[in-house]
Design a binder for this molecule. Sequence first.
Ligand code: C5P
Length: 305
Amino acid sequence: MTTEVQKMSSVTVRVPAKVNVQLSVGPLREDGYHDLVNVFHAVSIHDEVTARQARSITVSVTGGWAAEVPLHDGNLAVRAARALAERAGFGGGAELVIHKAIPVAGGMAGGSADAAGALVACDELWGLGLPREELMEIAAELGSDVPFSLLGGTAIGTGRGERLTPLPVGGPFHWVFAIADTGLSTPEVYKECDRLRGTAPVPEPKADEELLAALRNGDAAALGRRLANDLQEAALALHPPLAGTLRSGLDAGALGAIVSGSGPTCAFLARDAAHAAELAGVLAATPGTRTALPAEGPAPGATLI
Ligand code: C5P
């Protein structure tokens, strides 16, 4: 038996997409962010991030969304790997390969998922063994949604969404995601939300106790009635066809329908897996929809596979 530490040559991490079942947006802060009450729910649409030994940090993307992913400096997975190397004082590199299934610019935290995947994959590849809390700190610096992509499950986020408390959930819940044939920019959707609010006073966001009870009880019908997203009006203003997508799902019997995060992906809650498959068939035929994907939540956070 050898006592020498074996260096991994390749590590793969699976990371989930998310939907916000409650997204309450407070007033604009001086730093350009908004205080949130953000109930995140991870779902079974996954990216996979593979890291291999290399001299420098590089990234490539495979899968249906590959052409839409920014490479090099704008890529959140590259920024994550660099931030981790810097924090740990590590001088090596990694070749990152992202297999992308989460829509790009879709409001499902696809970029954040890749950043979380890169953190966990490089930590393992480089043998750093950083504690989860330290990975969480780096994650929060990379973006408001990155800590949740690490954590997964269902959790309430406060602050700009990065301060997380896990929530008990009696699911699983069955969802369908209608992926639009275009993307929306998160900062632009927040800006539109502020513009629509004008000078009216904005209350501090509060958790919806009925929604939390619906999650705890695994009560899909009650959850469907309580879904709420303060960014929805802004997303609809920037991309009006989404109103027709939401209507199609509700007309087809969805228990609830909501724009996911800053959109334009629309999320529909179904009664069960068979109902989700049926809704997906209807939604896939809706104009402006690129594809409709059934999924279950809650799903685990970034996981080595
Ligand atoms: O944190 P992240 O880089 O993902 O945020 C992207 C943009 O979304 C921010 O630049 C800001 O415009 C907006 N945002 C916000 N309030 C939050 C989170 C994000 O205004 N709590």
